[in-house]
Structures are given as structure tokens and as C-alpha cells.
Design a protein around this ligand. Sequence first.
Ligand code: ADP
Length: 505
Amino acid sequence: WSSTNFPWTKKLEANNKKVFGNHSFRPNQREVINATMSGYDVFVLMPTGGGKSLTYQLPALICPGVTLVISPLVSLIQDQIMHLLQANIPAAYLSANMEWTEQQEILRELCSDYCKYKLLYVTPEKVAKSDVLLRNLESLNGRGLLARIVIDEAHCVSQWGHDFRPDYKELGILKKKFEKTPVLALTATATASVKEDVVQALGLVDCIVFRQSFNRPNLWYSVIPKTKKCLEDIDKFIKENHFDECGIIYCLSRMDCEKVAEKLQECGHKTAFYHGNMDAAQRSCVQRQWSKDEVNIICATVAFGMGINKPDVRFVIHHSLPKSIEGLPSGVCDYIRVKHMIIQGQAEQSPWTAGCGRNNMKNSDGILEKNTENLLRMVSYSENDVDCRQKDVTESAKQLVELVKLTGQHFSSSHILEVYRGSLSQFVKRHRHESLSLHGAGKHLAKGEASRILRHLVIEDFLAEDVKKSDIYGSVSSVLKVNESKAYNLRSGEQRIVFKHTLSL
Ligand code: ADP
């Protein structure tokens, strides 16, 4: 596919230079373009910033007809349209939050004989819910003017990805209706099983797959233990390394976004927040300020930045752990909190208008398990990346497992830690746990250290968290259980646990 002998090669290269101002192609861009322009269905896995947009915008420009682009974020769509119009490429978008008259005008243009648009962006819920749009696409297709269908952030189609959106599941209808139109599915994050799921759900035929390495030499990751002075640390980090530069701080909850933004504002940074509790107007206002550099730090939930085209983003901080290791692997240990949010379906998913709701992470079809697994992998990454000195903690690990057994496997991790470190709290006394032989056996350990060993035991399956949602109040509680077959190996000395030592700030 890297050939430069396709009939369109000359036009491609000329337009890449003239219209997009690029001197060459980035890895896989030419290959993807050749494959999609040859009429194949194509699946592309390319890192963020790798240049996915060009792989459909350039073909859209040189092929007759309209390219339909399905993209989940209105802010991202607006950003793309702005760039296209600046390059004199006629493009429009349709989304549920637009005035009806405005939508009608765009739909009318699609029906005209000489439709001026080269690209039409829509949100996935438009495809899922708007018969009018489908009728217009049929009309375009009937006149041979539906050039290509692009599905951006295609991993959202798969229930096994970390970002499933119900409306994406409906997109299979496109291939059924427009069999002959090539589909181009793009993502920066997909495991092999997610890819399979996407290809199947979209009904792609003889699909050509391009994958690209994710090791980017100009990126570095680091994991820093979170302390109480976390916000001061962030302020210091930015002032010392990236003062007045652009960056994104990902937070788990809407409240965190606002809190972090306010604190950094007080420290003299130009900051805004971005999350799902804001209406469309507020969101586009932040988006505009961000693209005009009126603010340079955004505190946001995960939805912001899915492909935001800002070449000068210099840092990304995960104020809390990212929900999946497939996101940027840097973070700190908010494991228990994230886990509770996953169970309660509270972790924010979609602060745009795609109408996916906030609760699609609830435990249907094993999604809870999948999300928990992603989370554990992430925690394990954070724990192990921190440093290179080793420490044998087998003895403490054995004692903690024993303590879970001694207390009848009815107690939470925080209680086990309290007993292990010798607490004499009322709760400990009420259960007579101060009289256990292992009460206080972990006195010599710092709280963080003991808790790290316990978390490791859960991550590595020596212990299991039995998480229950209480029926009445919807609150979550979890107790630790012993996984006997794994614990046996630990007790018998067959398995040791060696830690890399944690660095402090
Ligand atoms: P992605 O969608 O993969 O995250 P984008 O399509 O937004 O990436 O591209 C990221 C940046 O790279 C944009 O600023 C874009 O203009 C630039 N870019 C894309 N292709 C090329 C190229 N061939 N040469 C130079 N810059 C490019």
C-alpha cells in the first residue's frame, strides 16, 4: 500500500502540500489513504497526534461526493470544521443541539444536485436516531455522491473497550444500507479483541488493518505518589516545567475538575474546567478560549481531548488514575475510589450530546469486570513503574492473608490494615481484634506501605474483593476473601513477593 503509482498519487501529494501545508506523509498515512481510495474497508490504529484526520480529509478533498464522518464529541467536530474552513474545504456538521432550521439548511444542501460540502460530520446519536439523516444519505448515495464513511474513535463501538457508547453500536446499519461505500474506522486505542468486535459490529468486509507503534520518543511518562499536597505539587510542577504552556489535567469527577481549576487559578494559571454538567454553550465557550490560548490549562473529565487538535499541548496530568491503561499511563492510586465509581456507574463518560447517559458502565454483560480488570492493570503499572530498588515483602504479605482468615473474611481492607498496624479503635475492640496474634504485627510499616502490600495481594489474586452494592442506599461495601489456591503457594514459600521500593516526592 505504500506505492506511489496509484492514479491519484500526484493529486494526493500536491494537495497534501498546498492545502494542508505538509511536506511529507507520516507513518501509515499514505498506506491508509491508498487502501481506502482503492475502495476497501480499512481499520486504523494510530496514536493520538499520529495524523488520522488527514487519512480521510485528503481523500475527501480529491474524491467527488461527500465524506460522512461520525465523531463523538461536538467540541472535536467544531475544532475540525474550523480547521477545514480555514483551509477552504467546505464542511458542515449536524448534531442534536443545533437549531432545527440550521439543521434543515444543511440537509437541504445535501439534497441539492451540486452539494457543496466535501465533509459532513455527525454525532453517532444522529445516525442512530435520525431517519431524516438516513434518508438524505440514501439520496446522496443514490446519486453516487456518498464517497466514504469514516468512524472516528471507533473503539467506542466495542463493549469490551473502556469507552463503549450505545449509539455507536447502531452504526452497523451504515454498512447494511450502503454496502458499496468504503468505511474507514479510526482509533488510537484498541486491543486485538476490541478490533475484532468493532470490525464485526460495523459489518466491515475484507477489512485491511493498519497498526502503528505507540512508543513515541518525544513522550515521557512518570508516576508520582499522590500526597495531601497534591495540588501544590501540580502547581509547582507546572511553574517549574511548563509555565504558561498548554496542558490538560484529567480528573475523575466533575467536582474535582472544578476544585482543581479553582485552586490553580488562585495560583496564577489561566485555567478552565470542562465536564458533562456544563451545557453546550458553556462547553464551546471553553473550547474557543482554549483554541485561542485565552486559557492554557483545562481540568477535565476523560471526554475532553479525545483528539483535540492542539499541537502545543506540553503536559497531561492524571490527577487520579486513568480508568484504563489504554489511556495515558501515568497516574496515582485512587483505586478504591475509581472502583466504587465504576460499580455505581458514576465515573463520567460522556459530557457531550451523544445522549449515552452516565450509567453505561453498570454491570451489564461483564462490563464491570472488564473495567475492573483495566483498572487493576493500571494500578499495577503505577505500582511497579515507580522505582527500581527491590524489597522482599513476603512475610508481611503472608501475615496479611492470615489476618484476613483470622477475622473470618468479613472485613474491609481498611479494617484489616488498622488491625495489622495495631489500632485500638472502638471498632477493633468491638470485634475483639486487639486480641488476635497478628494484631500490631505490621506496626513497623508505614500506612502507605502496608496498604500497598494489601493492594498487591488483591491485584495478584491472593485476595479477592467481594464488592456489594447495598440495596437500600446504593452504597458500596467490600470485604476481603482469601483465594486459597494462590495463598497456599505463598504460605508454602513457593512464591515470594518482591517489591520495587516507592520513591517519595
Ligand atoms: P490524530 O487524529 O491522529 O490524533 P491529527 O489528525 O489531529 O491526529 O493530527 C495531529 C497533528 O499532526 C495535526 O496538527 C496535523 O496538522 C499534524 N499532521 C498530520 N499529518 C501531518 C503530516 N503528514 N505532516 C505534518 N503534520 C501533520
